[in-house]
Design a protein around this ligand. Structure first.
Ligand code: ADP
Ligand code: ADP
Ligand code: MG
Length: 472
């Protein structure tokens, strides 16, 4: 097993990996920017190294990180999610310097990180993909021609995109014309590539993804699926495992597709295959994420498998400890992404000092975070500051337990998405397990949770004013 792992990330996922290292008796080495000097991952790791004053550059510098790993005697590197996690250059540099990269091979990352190449690989493997352009688009005229033939609405997407960015829906030719240069510019800025492609927009789809684990001895298993349909602007907010919206036949089909897809590309380590489920029940491959995902936690809760631990074991060349039949699922789990955003103000980021943090506990409740009382959230990074994960034996119990945990959780000093999630839990379609990726935009009223309270406040002020007046 490894002696020391370099953690090329920050925030909650760095802490998550440090925890796995500690349980496996492996030393952990953290990296941090000046802005992250007081971050929890720096305190929790066995060793930590400052990358300088730039808030982002250090976390994105392949050579600096790999050199540091070599210099400090690390024999493996975990990239987490975001940052360099899907950068084939990092995997390659690790390979060259004799550091085990905890993820798939550079070749697989390269191929799957390119959405058009991934689509080709899936078509070759016999997996249904969303109808769309065969490869990247040459120009707007080609885009218009293809869109005309598959029919509007279409999705224009950055080939190297991720994190829900670089995607735009176009309902007609005019929209396609105006969005085309915008997506190209977004793609160039965010992902350093101007490549874009288009696919049919599936109206009101469900986002279903399958967690897979593959070792370097040719074994691939799945840990069932997650339903990530509760999204805002293509970004996930609440994730659910397993999906309450699939029947057993659909579940088998989609999980088998994921295993087949992973085997077909020679995938190793943990990964996720994402699908869209149409209103009529058809399944289409969307993309593959070649890293640990933010929402891996809920698959851990329903199966009992520690995914990060398995990632480390797989990278060390060990065989999977489980056959598919050994993987049993039990109950349901939710993950709430607690973002430092004001849901009442169009989810405007709300950074600042956490004056008080209280993590809820009790049965079936887990909080993965890097915040603590007194911590100041730096404005340079993602707004997700904590993940609240709740497990229960059945759906009804899960709803009640989640409400209880969200009520218990305290994040003071900044605005968060907690009150918004409490409203979602009250909503009838959500409770009745009937939702798709349009849920958030079609339920605007849920972000207005304070209307009743505001009315009460106004009533109180009025009553006080009347009383004061009467007293005069
Ligand atoms: P998941 O697929 O694990 O649900 P998200 O899509 O929410 O994760 O992305 C997790 C983090 O990684 C976010 O901070 C997101 O901005 C970042 N991210 C994901 N893909 C990319 C990418 N291709 N380039 C840059 N950042 C990315
Ligand atoms: P990312 O790499 O940013 O995660 P994805 O390709 O996974 O991008 O798409 C992100 C989200 O956008 C999906 O979860 C889904 O809600 C929506 N989406 C993507 N493609 C389509 C499509 N063809 N039709 C409808 N919705 C889509
Ligand atoms: Mg995706």
């Amino acid at each position: 097993m490894f002696r020391k792992i370099m953690i090329a990330n920050r925030g909650e996922i760095a802490v998550r990996i440090i925890r796995a290292c500690a349980e496996m008796r492996i030393r952990s080495a953290a990296i941090y920017s000046e802005a992250d000097r007081h971050s929890l991952h720096v305190k929790k790791a066995d060793e930590s190294y400052c990358l300088g004053p730039e808030p982002l550059a250090g976390y994105l510098n392949v050579h600096r990180i790999v050199n540091l790993a070599v210099e400090t005697g690390c024999d493996a590197l975990h990239p987490g999610y975001g940052f360099l996690s899907e950068n084939a250059g990092l995997a390659e540099a690790c390979e060259q310097r004799g550091i085990a990269f905890i993820g798939p091979s550079a070749a697989v990352i390269q191929r799957m990180g390119n959405k058009t190449e991934a689509r080709h690989a899936m078509i070759a493997a016999g997996i249904p993909v969303t109808p769309g352009s065969e490869g990247n688009l040459r120009d707007v005229d080609e885009a218009l021609e293809i869109a005309q033939s598959i029919g509007y609405p279409i999705m224009l997407k950055a080939t190297s995109g991720g994190g829900g960015r670089g995607i735009r829906r176009c309902d007609d030719a005019e929209e396609l014309r105006s969005n085309y240069p915008r997506v190209i510019s977004e793609a160039t800025k965010a992902f350093g590539s101007a490549d874009v492609f288009l696919e049919k927009c599936i109206v009101n789809p469900k986002h279903i993804e399958v967690q897979i684990l593959a070792d370097s001895h040719g074994h691939v298993i799945h840990l069932f699926e997650r339903d990530c349909s509760i999204q805002r602007r293509n970004q996930k907010l609440i994730e659910i495992a397993p999906s309450p919206q699939l029947n057993e036949t659909q579940r088998q089909l989609i999980c088998n597709y994921a295993v087949k897809a992973s085997a077909a590309v020679g995938y190793t380590n943990a990964g996720t295959v994402e699908f869209l489920l149409t209103e009529s029940g058809r399944t289409y491959f969307m993309e593959m994420n070649t890293r640990v995902q933010v929402e891996h936690t809920i698959s851990e809760q329903i199966t009992g498998v520690d995914i990060v631990r398995e990632q480390i074991r797989i990278a060390a060349g060990k065989k999977l400890r489980y056959q598919q039949e050994d993987i049993q699922r039990r109950g349901y789990a939710f993950q709430f992404r607690i973002n430092a955003e004001d849901p009442r103000n169009d989810f405007l980021p709300s950074f600042g000092r956490i004056t008080r943090y209280y993590a809820p506990g009790g049965p079936g409740v887990r909080s993965d975070t890097a915040i603590y009382t007194g911590y100041t959230i730096p404005p340079h990074y993602d707004s997700m500051i904590a993940k609240l994960i709740v497990w229960a034996l059945d759906w009804e119990e899960l709803i009640h337990r989640s409400r209880r945990a969200l009520n218990d959780m305290e994040v003071c000093g900044i605005k968060t998405t907690i009150p918004y999630y409490k409203e979602i839990l009250k909503s009838k379609p959500f409770r009745e397990q009937d939702f798709n990726t349009s849920f958030v935009e079609t339920h605007n009223e849920l972000a207005d949770y304070s209307v009743k309270r505001r009315k009460e406040e106004i009533a109180t002020v009025l009553a006080a004013a009347i009383a004061a007046h009467a007293g005069l």
